[in-house]
Design a protein around this ligand. Structure first.
Ligand code: NAD
Ligand code: UDP
Length: 309
């Protein structure tokens, strides 16, 4: 197949491009390199079935493709809050551009949605039926509401124009190729521990997240995209739930060194708990994560040791 991956030079996008190329597809990677890097796809640049296009999803684009994976959007809070209006435009206009293209060329189109659509959830663990508890006017809203509006557009294009959609809700995912200065918790803790700097816990560290290793997630993407039973939304993530204190202690144990844990103010609207209910993924795509946190952290630490070292 010919496949377009928007955001293909980012953390998840570059792993997806690797997987799609390995499966024998032709891949077009479209990215404006805001948080993505050419290094992430450098090994693919000479490949006869791979093309890189530097382009912004907010501006229309046209490619003859069979599938579109829409991943373009900064994902870490400091990056998506850097230019919040642009973040909403990327999610909303980017979705419209992908859906318009999918409609024209009759491609199947995949939306990388997020557990953030559940906001600071009042239902635990989060099931796909839950409508969420989201602040529409806070600092995280550009991302949360942008992604919610993108979901709305996907379902309206499906109902109105019969566009063949797949909407997946990704929970916190980590692994090699995250940016060292990305600002997300796993990369922050690992880089701080490797440099012997203080480990910065925001708030009291009792808030929870559920962390999925990138290889598990990409397997879920491909299985979900290539089945015809459901269009989503479908949760994809690792149900293992940890407090930020536990994550800091585990990271320190694995990296070693002399870092101390310090406490910083909690950012506004920071969700208190998050854990995916993955019964739907288990049933439909027979998927569940295989890589436990400790193993995934070891692989990620090995990556950052080379970057930071
Ligand atoms: P990332 O920041 O590494 O990747 C995003 C990519 O999109 C980058 O390469 C960036 O340059 C590109 N991009 C941003 N704005 C663009 C624009 N206007 N036009 C073209 N390209 C643009 O983040 P990631 O973790 O790889 O996330 C990929 C997708 O998955 C995002 O849509 C994100 O919202 C979603 N997601 C990720 C997670 C996670 O834990 N990693 C969780 C939920 C959802
Ligand atoms: N966090 C932290 N220290 C850091 C970075 C993040 O304690 O250096 C916390 C953050 O407040 C949140 C959790 O870790 O409660 C996950 O943050 P991240 O930005 O990775 O993802 P998100 O909040 O979008 O789930």
């Amino acid at each position: 197949m010919r496949i377009l991956v928007t955001g293909g030079a980012g953390f998840l996008g570059s792993h997806l491009c690797d997987r799609l190329i390995n499966d024998g597809n032709d891949v077009i990677c479209l990215d404006n390199l805001f948080t993505g890097r050419k290094e992430n796809i450098a090994h693919l640049l000479g490949h006869p079935r791979f093309e890189f296009v530097r382009h912004d999803v907010v501006d229309p684009f046209k490619f003859e493709v069979d599938q579109i994976f829409n991943l373009a959007c900064p994902a870490s809070p400091p990056h998506y809050q850097y230019n919040p209006i642009k973040t909403t435009k990327t999610s909303v206009i980017g979705a419209i551009n992908c859906l318009g293209l999918a409609k024209r060329v009759k491609a199947r189109v995949f939306q990388a949605s997020t557990s953030e659509v559940y906001g600071d959830p009042e239902m635990h663990p989060q099931r796909e039926e839950y409508w969420g508890h989201v602040n529409p006017i806070g600092l995280r809203s550009c991302y949360d509401e942008g992604k919610r509006c993108a979901e709305t557009l996907f379902f309206d294009y499906n109902r109105e124009n019969k566009v063949d959609i797949r909407v997946i809700r990704i929970f916190n995912t980590y692994g090699p190729r995250m940016l060292a200065n990305d600002g997300r918790v796993v990369s922050n803790f690992i880089v701080q521990a490797l440099k012997g700097e203080d480990i910065t816990i925001y708030g009291d560290g009792k808030q929870t997240r559920s962390f999925c290793f990138v290889d598990d997630l990409i397997e879920g993407f491909v299985r979900f995209m290539n089945q015809t039973e459901i269009i989503g939304p479908m949760n994809c993530g690792n149900p293992g739930e940890f407090t930020m204190l536990q994550l800091a202690e585990l990271t320190l144990k694995l990296v070693g060194g002399r870092s101390k844990i310090v406490f910083k103010p909690l950012p506004s609207d920071d969700p208190k708990q998050r854990q995916p209910d993955i019964s739907l993924a288990r049933r439909v795509i027979k998927w569940e994560p295989q890589i436990p946190l400790e193993e995934g952290l070891k692989r990620t630490i090995a990556y950052f040791s080379k970057q930071v070292g």
